[in-house]
Design a protein around this ligand. Sequence first.
Ligand code: 5GP
Length: 193
Amino acid sequence: MTLSTASSDPADHAAPILVKDRYFKPLLSKEAIAQRLAHLGKRIEADYQNDLPLFIGVLNGSFVFAADLVRYIAIPCHFSFVKYASYQDKMQSSGVVQELIGLNENLSNRRVVVIEDIVDTGNTMVKILAYLREKGVEDVEIAALLVKPTALQHDISVKYVGFEIENQFVVGYGLDYDGYGRNLDSLYVVSDL
Ligand code: 5GP
């Protein structure tokens, strides 16, 4: 689903909010997110019947998305988290990605779905995919709440996309601005106000 900042979502007409020292305007309501997640969950469920998939959430940003998404998936599954650091400015990723916390699970011959908050340049995802393939997974797909197609610098295929957005900084629903805003229950985009 492609989204422009001129979305018809009713949340768009709400007032901007202040997160730390910047204003953000509503981009996606919690209802719109929930509706999309229900759809993605059903697709994943259908694709992994009898496969005992391993879902891997990428901390920190995916903790809300991953928790909500897996509750729309009613098949047996395993779940784990990995944490990577992408050294970044408050609003820009630097392109340097370093592993912080790996996985304890035996990954050989597992069908894996990586659950990521947002694919921006794709640097983080390239690193994670390489790590998982090195560990011998049978196959790996990506579920991303948000994708910024114009920012993508790698040939990555995101099978389960929540929303495609413009190349603008977003916050809320697990995503932060300098540590703030992860607890917002919907998504906001930086505003020029
Ligand atoms: P990538 O490696 O694809 O460039 O960036 C991945 C990570 O950068 C995401 O998991 C997220 O933590 C952070 N990121 C990229 N774009 C945004 C954004 O618009 N807002 C926030 N809060 N984080 C972002």
